[in-house]
Design a protein around this ligand. Sequence first.
Ligand code: SAM
Length: 238
Amino acid sequence: MQHYFGTIAAGKAILEGGEVHHLLNVKRSLPGEQIEVSDNNEVYLCVIRSIDPLQIDVLSKVEEKREPDIDLTIAFGLLKGDHNDLIVLKGTELGVSKFIPFTCERTVVVPKGQEDNRIVRLRKIAVEGAAQCRRAAVPSVSSYKTLQEVLAMPADVKIFAFEALSGGGDSIFKIAKSIEKRKSVLVVIGPEGGFTHEEARLALDYDFQFVSLGRRILRAETAALQVAAILCAASEEE
Ligand code: SAM
């Protein structure tokens, strides 16, 4: 079933912009077709009543859970090429709530401002990914931050993936099992060149716990997705 994001009011679903274009011109939906519409919180089963004007009636609320039981933020060192896209697309499917691209000492591609076309594209990817896996909420993609700004952000659990620990330190499995439901979790992943020891020391000052992601050094996008998969899956254990 096709899934869209919109607003719900008085028994009607209202879609806008790209969502209307997708329904009318890409999917060529017709009256009578059932769709799901999420208001970024709950998911509703709806039916298309008419196409011109577009009218969508709400039939019922979908009761099944679609979101993980933690509020997971993945902050990642901005990467070259389309590796950032991969983190947002696949991380959205896995259940990440918020993505924060940041710059640090070993960032290769340094953006000019706080927002650019890359951020716009990442936000579009998050909407498409969330619709594809029928999430209740679209994850947010923040403007660019510095590593220091990320480290200063509040969270119940703060995790710093430090490659210098590979094979040692607390494992992500151990940490995942210890996190209670509904907690906010902030994970920081370095860029292609990794973190400097000074950056790791700064993370300690901000009370981050260091985590090892196993015996091998992973590419940054693999590291981000491995952490997201393990933490979200662990949170959904009943
Ligand atoms: N250039 C670094 C090196 O060769 O040691 C590797 C950096 S790695 C490609 C990018 C980021 O992924 C790291 O900064 C870290 O956050 C994360 N990462 C990759 N493998 C890891 C591991 N085994 N344990 C913890 N973090 C890891």
